[in-house]
Ligand binder design. Structure first.
Ligand code: SF4
Ligand code: SF4
Length: 96
């Protein structure tokens, strides 16, 4: 039972000091979580502290790869617009 940091991590250091188990390390190119140390914060906090502070959507995922902060959850951008942009490189604006 451990979380994982993905390739979209920007290395902002926000999560590292909050981990109660010192499971997070600065890495190259992204930070990493030691699976032997991560407890998903059980027994210390109600929610995983790294995911609570992380400002990047989809940077922290669970064991099956589901992001704790899914696309759109922090920015409020509707998922269909994110998918359109990721597919086409642009977003069509009505009347333009
Ligand atoms: S879920 Fe908790 S224990 Fe695991 S890396 Fe994040 S802050 Fe550390
Ligand atoms: S808070 Fe998120 S973006 Fe910042 S270092 Fe941690 S995982 Fe990477």
């Amino acid at each position: 039972m451990a979380l994982e940091i993905t390739e979209v991590c920007v290395g902002c250091y926000a999560c590292e000091p909050l981990c109660p188990n010192k499971a997070i390390s600065a890495g190259n190119p992204v930070f990493t979580i030691d699976p032997d140390k991560c407890t998903e914060c059980l027994g210390d906090y109600d929610k995983p502290q790294c995911a609570e502070i992380c400002p990047i959507e989809a940077a922290i995922v669970d064991e099956i790869g589901d992001p704790l902060n899914p696309l759109g959850s922090l920015t409020g951008i509707p998922i269909h617009l994110i998918e359109e942009y990721n597919t086409t490189g642009t977003v069509a604006r009505p009347g333009v």
